[in-house]
Design a protein around this ligand. Structure first.
Ligand code: SF4
Ligand code: SF4
Length: 314
């Protein structure tokens, strides 16, 4: 049987994909041009992997030669829990409170593709979740899932920006979804709230200054000039998304309970990190995105917050 947009939507939703959009294949010339500019400005900081595979990012036919359509999927991860402001604890970004989203979404994508292939064995797909040389945000915009906010995350009109994006490159023809307009308008709440001025211009985040990058992917030390500006974030940073009116108004609880905070993963006691062994780190954060920063990174972040706390109390 021939697959249709509706069949894909109907099968995707029970897997927990709240958003589904379709885009015709095209080369991402404009998006790669912007990415190249960002790279030339060294805004990727230590993320050298962003410099690789620009050709594949531009032309997904280098991944799936018969690519005709891209399906973008969004999975809500918002829960009603909020951070504590106890300065003895470091705050963890929302996306990392529960089980690692890669593990959850990879499994669901495999099942989804299997189901679609059962309906039409001619359906072929390559799937990605935030890894690999695929411009997931660009495809989400082209698929009509949302627009890129000034903080550089994709925003959906009915859901805000607390969702993960998965990308399915297919050899199949689907009708393209309508693109949505940019509804940031004259708002600049995210730019104004960013404590390190990392949003250097609308839609452009300089990773060298972004707490999210500095506490997760960064392998080096954190620049002392940023001391006092981390607002107690130990892993990631949600400030620009917390202040966004689209999140304040439209965030709704996720259907996926595995994104709910695991005990002790919403905030982490700084004293616990300072004395943490490798064994405890691996046990406590098993299947959590927090593993990504490694124990060394988490200790560096805790130490940075501790110095910041001491400086402010002296
Ligand atoms: S994540 Fe935090 S540091 Fe990075 S741009 Fe947003 S508010 Fe600024
Ligand atoms: S805070 Fe305002 S400017 Fe920033 S992404 Fe949200 S709507 Fe756009």
């Amino acid at each position: 049987m021939r697959l249709t947009n509706k069949i894909v939507e109907d099968i995707s939703k029970p897997f927990g994909f709240d958003l589904v959009g379709f885009a015709k294949f095209t080369e991402l010339n404009e998006e790669v041009e912007h990415l190249s500019e960002w790279l030339q400005n060294k805004s990727n900081s230590g993320m050298s992997y962003m410099e690789r595979n620009l050709e594949k990012r531009k032309d997904v036919r280098l991944i799936l030669p018969d690519a005709k359509n891209i399906i973008s999927l969004g999975m809500n991860y918002y829960t009603e829990y909020q951070h504590s402001n106890d300065e003895n604890f470091g705050k963890v970004s929302r996306y990392a409170w529960g089980k690692d989203y890669h593990l959850i979404i990879w499994e669901k994508l495999d099942q989804l593709v299997k189901k679609l292939k059962e309906i039409d064995p001619a359906f072929e797909a390559k799937t990605y979740v935030d890894t690999g040389p695929v411009m997931d945000k660009a495809w989400a915009v082209r698929s009509g899932i949302g627009w890129i906010g000034k903080h550089s995350n994709v925003i959906n009109r009915e859901m805000g920006s607390w969702f993960f994006i998965a990308t399915v490159i297919t050899n199949y023809e689907f009708a393209a979804s309508a693109k949505v307009a940019d509804f940031c308008g004259s708002c600049s709440a995210c730019i104004d709230a960013c404590p390190t001025n990392a949003i250097v211009q609308d839609f452009v985040v300089d990773a060298n200054k972004c707490i999210s990058y500095l506490t997760i992917e960064n392998k080096g030390e954190i620049d002392k000039s940023l001391s006092g500006k981390f607002e107690n974030w130990i892993f990631g940073c949600d400030i620009c998304q917390d202040v966004c009116p689209w999140n304040k108004k439209f965030s709704t609880e996720t259907m996926e309970t595995k994104f709910h905070p695991k005990e002790g993963n919403k905030e982490i006691a700084l004293a616990t990190v300072e004395n943490m062994s490798e064994e405890l780190f691996k046990e406590k954060f098993a299947e959590s995105p927090i593993l990504r920063t490694k124990l060394k990174g988490l200790k560096r972040n805790a130490e940075f917050l501790r110095i910041q706390k001491n400086e402010s109390s002296s």
